[in-house]
Design a binder for this molecule. Sequence first.
Ligand code: ZN
Ligand code: ZN
Length: 253
Amino acid sequence: MTWRPVDCHAHSTHSDGALSVAEVVARADELRTRPSITDHISRDAPTTVDSPDAVARYLDDLERFDVLRGGEFCWHDALWYELPPETVRRFTHRVGSLHSIRLANDTLFRVFHRDLPDGLTAAAYMEAHVSSLEQLAVEMPVDVFAHPTLVSPSLRERDPHELWSEAHEERIVRALHTAGIAFEISNRYRPHERLVRRAAELGVRLSLGSDGHSRQQVADVAWPLALARSLGVRDEELYDPTRHGSRTGAFDE
Ligand SMILES: [Zn+2]
Ligand SMILES: [Zn+2]
């Protein structure tokens, strides 16, 4: 069988996706992509998967399909560390997300809010984003860091080469490298090439993610794959839990 890219990050109706699991699987087959279901698992995200029991039921459902069993966990929510090891092992891979970051004054800021708190500069925001990621990398036993460049909408309009200092980029990729967490090339929140190149050059594994919620979006990893290839990353090096293993223990002997 010819190689197919893995979409390590896609949503279904278990959380805020529009498609059933069966529909995601069928769409991935049309696009010659290997599918994952990576729904939100959190008490602070739009999802049905919001308790340890609900996680077990979610995995029961995914096990009925030929699909990789992922989950997208909010760093700022406690559910990820409440799961028993026997539940964790049923995931083929886990994705960690900064849907909220911790500011210097120790409050959490939800990154989907457009307006920054009074007095918070873009530079201070980015410092909080990077330091939150450094904490995530130490604390969370995930395989992939989702959408590394997801920031407040007001900052997405800026030139990323100015928003991101090279020192911040270096800290992000070093934290991921040290922790053994892959850098997601998100098709939804597309990273600038300079950051992805820096990750690849340091030897951080890259992961492809549609972060798809609709039929148009799920399993579409053409842009992330083209970017990885343009940086000289071989297809077989792109994160594939079945090839590279998972910190969930799913593939351990
Ligand atoms: Zn997310
Ligand atoms: Zn997502």
